[in-house]
Structures are given as C-alpha cells and as structure tokens.
Design a protein around this ligand. Structure first.
Ligand code: ZN
Ligand code: ZN
Length: 139
C-alpha cells in the first residue's frame, strides 16, 4: 500500500514529503471521502494547518484527489481511483449514507440514463445519491 502511494507521487512528479505520503495513505486506507478535519485526525503526525492545506491543494491541482460537496457546505476529499472511476474522472456519482455519514465514490453515470436535449454538451455534473450503505443496512 505504501509503495503504491510513493508510486502515485512519482508518477505525478511530486516530491515524497512526509505529509503528502501520510495524507495519500490516509485517503487510500479510508476508502471513503474525508473532510479536512477527518484527515487531520487520522494522520500519523500532526502537521500544521497550512501544510495540510497546501498538500490538499497540490493533490487537487495534480488530479490525485477530488472534492465532494456534502450537505451543501461540507467539503470532503476523495482519492481519484482510475480503476473505479474510469479515465474520464470529471464526472461520477457519489453516495451519501444518511446514517453513518459516509460518502462513497460510485462509478461513472451512464449518459444513456439522461434525456439530454439535442445539441447540449455536458462539461461537468454532480450527482449525490442518499440512502444507507451496506454496513448500516445490515446493522
Ligand atoms: Zn452507513
Ligand atoms: Zn468521488
């Protein structure tokens, strides 16, 4: 897992600073979208807020992570996983669990489901499904 994180940073030509490795590992391990506070709580070391903010900014700029807006004002961060999201990561749906608050990345939404008027072109979109995740459903 750790090697994969270092590989991702190498591929993006980013220096492997402790904070970057730590944040990527945390997001990878979580498997769900995390808020800045969640990330801070789960990191192995206590980095100052500016360092953490800069790290997230760098990852966003390099397309390693994306933001998810939850409940209209809460920003969460999730890893870009090409294996789930496909090559076109500009649009995919999210699932928000009403019970545990978990936010999961879903795969791409099929264009075939949309009744897009003739001549329209989608550049980006946000889709959020609300419900119960499998863990909450079974408990
Ligand atoms: Zn849940
Ligand atoms: Zn996502």
């Amino acid at each position: 897992m750790q090697n994969r994180v270092r590989e991702i940073l190498s591929e993006s030509k980013l220096q492997k600073t402790p904070c970057r490795v730590d944040v990527l590992e945390t997001l990878q391990h979580a498997g769900v979208a995390l808020s800045e506070a969640d990330i801070k709580n789960q990191l192995h070391y206590d980095y100052d807020r500016a360092t953490l903010f800069r790290t997230l900014r760098t990852f966003l700029d390099n397309n390693l992570i994306h933001q998810v807006l939850v409940n209209k004002n809460e920003v969460k961060y999730a890893l870009n996983r090409p294996e789930i999201l496909g090559q076109n990561q500009s649009g995919h749906a999210h699932f928000h669990c009403d019970q545990c608050g978990g936010v999961f990345c879903l795969g791409a939404v099929s264009r075939a489901l949309l009744n897009l008027p003739e001549g329209f072109q989608i550049k980006s979109f946000e889709v959020m499904f609300n419900g119960l995740c499998s863990q909450c459903r079974n408990s």
